[in-house]
Design a protein around this ligand. Structure first.
Ligand SMILES: Cc1cc2nc3c(=O)[nH]c(=O)nc-3n(C[C@H](O)[C@H](O)[C@H](O)COP(=O)(O)OP(=O)(O)OC[C@H]3O[C@@H](n4cnc5c(N)ncnc54)[C@H](O)[C@@H]3O)c2cc1C
Length: 415
């Protein structure tokens, strides 16, 4: 076999929300890390750090705090003081209040771009992080002792050899396919349209989730007083909605959401995301780990995709940190991958079933089920146990927590 052009301990394919977070988590460990990303963070074609906002759980805030990132992000993050869940045309509703739950906030809304700029600003100054971007991975192979990554940068092709290859290359992961890992996929036959509006009344840091027979609509509070909107429609209705003039699209949002926040105005740009539940049959393969959307893709209804994915990254960083301190470190050895897979099993399973269950429950238009749902929301509103379970999601994590989620740095950084 030809010698590789470069040799590293960890090659991370994809420097989006999850791959870039993992690279930054690994930076203090003194390993040789390559981060290979097709679209630079400044590019308007960057698919991860786009115009979306992400609802971060308190568990995610904790991880970002331990990484030393939160102070730089806090100004762009809007605290969610309560979550209001309702169903159009029904009597039930539920409110989960942070103070009632003994939390400073139920979570935080952060523009994806703010996270992208801060992560990439730091990564560019990391001596041990080799950044290849714009660079596209065209193939991966794994032999006994190492993985190989074929990279294209413009006209130039090169090979990177790595003890461990991390697939952080999103839902259509080339690394996952190259590693021969199958994917279970169920199309929700729904499209999320993401935009923003100015509400007539101040949002008061409330996040709204409203279920309608045509799909859910979520409004999230933003720092400038506006609200991010996630409107879910069937694909045909979504196409028609995307073609509407701004005034008609605003009227559609108003009709779906109602008047609780007054009249909406000043529509932002609209972006569409087809929704599917995807689950890789394994999250490890020889010399390879799958994290984030490459491992699983969730409906955004409960805002859990990135929160779950950051726990993938924090757990992998933890396992790598332990493997890197052994007498003959091999961060891609089979036992390291097995430890990672076993650790992530429960959290993944719980979140996938919870999110999918929520989609199915609120998709059902059947009379008795709808009635039960209304009662359910009412019961939820008075049941401290149900609310505590929901706010447990905000605290984040089913099962043992990795060090970064417990406030413990993986290794002290020398200033
Ligand atoms: C509408 C919507 C709203 C959401 N809201 C929330 C929310 O409120 N809270 C929450 O927790 N989650 C939310 N999510 C989920 C969250 O966006 C995802 O979990 C997150 O984007 C996953 O990031 P990722 O880095 O794994 O994948 P991606 O974002 O897909 O990034 C993959 C990266 O890999 C790069 N790449 C791909 N192929 C290659 C290649 N061959 N070579 C080099 N680079 C490559 C891409 O350029 C990209 O940068 C939402 C999702 C959607 C669709």
């Amino acid at each position: 076999m030809e010698p590789a052009d470069e040799s590293v301990d960890v090659a991370i394919i994809g420097g989006g929300m999850v791959g870039a977070s993992l690279a930054e988590m690994l930076a203090p460990l003194g390993l040789r890390v390559a981060l290979i990303e097709a679209q630079p963070v400044e590019s308007t074609a960057q698919p991860s750090f786009d115009a979306r906002t992400t609802a971060l759980s308190n568990g995610t805030r904790r991880i970002l705090e331990t990484m030393g990132l939160w102070d730089s992000l806090a100004a762009a993050a809007t605290p969610i003081r309560s979550i209001h869940i309702s169903e159009r045309g029904r009597f039930g509703r539920a409110v989960i209040d942070a103070r009632e739950q003994g939390l400073p906030a139920m979570g935080y809304v952060l523009p994806n771009r703010a996270l992208g700029h801060e992560l990439w600003r730091r990564l560019r100054s990391r001596a041990g992080t080799r950044i290849l971007s714009p660079a596209t991975v065209e193939g991966v192979t794994a032999t006994g002792g190492a993985g190989r990554v074929a990279v294209r940068q413009g006209d130039r092709s090169s090979t990177v050899e790595a003890r461990l290859i991390v697939a952080a290359d999103g839902a259509n992961s080339l690394v996952r396919t190259g590693a021969g890992v199958g994917l279970a996929r169920r199309d929700y036959e729904q499209t999320a349209i993401v935009t923003s509006v100015s509400p007539g009344k101040f949002h008061d840091h409330v996040a709204y989730e409203r279920f309608t027979t045509d799909g859910p609509i979520a409004l999230l509070p933003l720092a400038d007083g506006r609200c991010a909107v996630v409107l879910t429609l069937d694909p045909v209705a979504a196409q028609a909605a995307l073609a509407l003039p701004d005034a008609d699209f605003l009227a559609l949002i108003q009709e779906r959401f109602g008047w609780r926040l007054g009249a909406f105005s000043t529509l932002g740009r609209r972006d569409a995301y087809p929704l599917a539940l995807t689950e890789a049959q394994e999250n490890v393969a020889p010399r390879t780990v799958l994290i984030g959307s490459a491992a699983q893709g969730l409906h955004p209804i409960a805002g859990q995709g990135f929160n779950l994915a950051l726990r993938d990254a924090a757990t992998l960083a933890d396992v790598i940190a332990d493997a890197a301190t052994g007498p003959s470190p091999d961060v891609g050895a089979a036992e390291v991958l097995e430890r990672y897979a076993a650790w992530r099993e429960r959290d993944r399973r719980v979140l996938i079933s919870f999110t999918d269950g929520l989609v199915r429950l609120f998709a059902a238009g059947i009379g008795p089920l709808r009635f039960a749902r209304s009662l359910g929301l009412l019961a939820f509103d008075v049941s401290p146990a149900a609310k505590a379970a929901m706010s447990g999601l905000s605290r984040g994590f089913a099962g043992a927590q990795p060090r970064l989620a417990r406030g413990l740095p993986l290794r002290a950084e020398t200033p």
